[in-house]
Design a protein around this ligand. Structure first.
Ligand code: 5AD
Ligand code: SF4
Length: 472
């Protein structure tokens, strides 16, 4: 009666929320299953950042509804950003949905499911802390649940994840005009340092080697050590947090995503450069290369300030990989303004980029603005941008041939042929000839062939034991 299945859409924060809900449901006696057909509880953890994934959720719900015929006890729930954005409307649009859980209520998942089962009522949980409320006064399950407890099976390395997402700051206080996140994830609030460290230490015990610190504007992180500031009233920044995590035994790599260019101060760049475990990879969303568009997006920096940050990063770390997010076809974007984005991409030479067509989102400031571009124009611009960036990614990775990298090997590559896959400190994918003993290890690798996605390499050291060969 307690088998559950969670399908996750969208960003890393959603993946982290799914991990949390999984841990909470398991603690309440549940068991994760591989397919929705085997489940008594199905949750869709949704994304609102663009329109398409939202539409997909409704068609998915329509399919899953059929499972209720064979299993009348099946509870069907929607959580994540779309749940927060649409709320009650989801119950109307999809009368077979039993439960809607907003983004600040994931910590209540087990009790909410229990309540639906007990009462037979359909429930909607959308509470959101008010802006500026200190975390100890606004019981936000994200913040107050004993998170150390939630890390799956502390002390059971076999169950641990090699790489783990750790939310450090929730919500967003910016108001970029295209973005739904401030509405779906609420006001900005940072987790106390002690909470974050407790979680990272627990993860390290389960075998985690790499942590990715998460936040919509992760460089806005500022928090006391303990929740109530009584014992230590110092305010810690993201740079401070990175230095503290650097001392956690077992953790080998620290990353964070995504910083806001306006908050990407020298102190943080220097921490990445000097802290041994902080990786040489920075994802710095630019969105557009044109000052007028940036202004209309309310990004609060201009092209020059962005380029200044890139120069500062490269001055501190010449080989640091830099990736970005770009939106094409913001309302009113002219061909000339789009050309500025292309020229910025050529100037910076990003290692990689996530590139999107602008998608109007109800509830954002830019929704309904004049100058919405024809679909074909947007597609054409996006394709041109992708072509430029793909060429640059390939050129950059080809230029790495012969260089040595530290690769954290994850497991067999989908490409087959005895290849294994891992990631460098620069967050580049590497395929290399390997064996099962390599999984989970840091291996020195020389790059032999560049590709758009990363590179092929050869190991420079013998790591771990190859599996014994059985002779029968
Ligand atoms: N349309 C298209 N892309 C968007 N993003 C955010 N909002 C929108 C939107 N309305 C992109 C931004 C952001 C990334 C996570 O998603 O580039 O950095
Ligand atoms: Fe959205 Fe802007 Fe906040 Fe990023 S900074 S989450 S783009 S509102």
């Amino acid at each position: 009666m307690n088998r559950f299945y969670i399908q996750t859409y969208g960003c890393q924060m959603n993946v982290a929320d799914t991990d949390r809900m999984t841990a909470l449901l398991e603690r309440a006696g549940g068991e994760a299953v591989e397919a929705p057909e085997q489940a008594d509880l199905i949750l869709l953890n949704t994304c609102s950042v663009r329109e398409k994934p939202e539409l997909k959720v409704y068609s998915r719900l329509g399919e899953l509804r059929k499972l209720k015929r064979g299993n009348p006890d099946l509870v069907l729930g929607v959580c994540g950003c779309q749940a927060q954005r649409e709320g009650e409307a989801i119950l109307k649009n999809a009368p077979y949905v039993d439960l809607v859980i907003g983004t600040a209520n994931v910590g209540r998942v087990a009790e909410l499911v229990e309540e639906v089962r007990r009462s037979g009522k359909r429930l909607v949980a959308l509470d959101m802390p008010k802006r500026g409320t200190p975390s100890w006064m606004a019981p936000d399950p994200h913040m107050t649940t004993d998170l150390v407890d939630l890390v799956p099976s502390v002390g059971a390395p076999a169950r641990g994840k090699l790489k783990a997402f750790v939310p450090v700051i929730l919500g967003c206080d910016f108001a970029c005009t295209y973005c739904i996140v401030p509405r779906t994830r609420g006001p900005e609030r940072s987790r106390p340092v002690s909470d974050v460290l407790g979680e990272v230490r627990a993860l390290a015990q389960t075998g985690t080697k790499e942590v990715m610190l998460l936040g919509q504007t992760v460089d806005a992180y500022k928090s006391y050590y303990y929740a109530d500031a009584a014992e230590d009233s110092r305010v810690y920044s993201l740079a401070d947090l990175i230095w503290l995590i650097n001392d956690v035994d077992g953790i080998e790599r620290i990353r964070f995503t995504s910083p806001h260019p306006m908050l990407m101060h020298d102190e943080l760049i220097d921490a990445v450069a000097e802290c041994p475990k902080a990786c040489e990879w920075i994802h710095l969303p630019v969105q557009s290369g044109n000052d007028t568009v940036l202004k209309r997006m309310a990004r609060r920096y201009n092209r020059e300030r962005y380029l200044d940050r890139i120069r500062r990063i490269r001055q501190a770390m010449p080989d640091c990989a830099i990736t970005t997010d770009i939106i094409v076809g913001f309302p009113g974007e002219t061909e000339e303004q789009f050309q500025d984005t292309l020229s910025l991409v050529e100037e910076v030479r990003f290692d990689g980029a996530y590139m999107f067509n602008y998608s109007p989102r109800p509830g954002t400031p830019a929704h309904g603005w004049e100058g919405e571009l024809e679909h074909d124009v947007k597609i054409d611009r996006l394709n041109r941008l992708i072509a430029v960036q793909n060429r640059i990614s390939l050129e950059k990775n080809q230029a790495l041939i012969g260089r040595t990298f530290e690769v954290l090997v994850e497991g067999p590559s989908e490409q087959g042929d005895g290849l294994y896959t891992g990631y460098t400190r620069e967050n580049k994918t590497c395929h290399l000839p390997g064996h099962p003993g390599m999984a989970g290890r840091l291996v020195k690798v020389r790059s032999t062939k560049g590709a758009q996605w990363g590179f092929f390499g050869e190991p420079l050291e013998q790591v771990g034991a190859p599996l014994p060969v059985l002779t029968l």
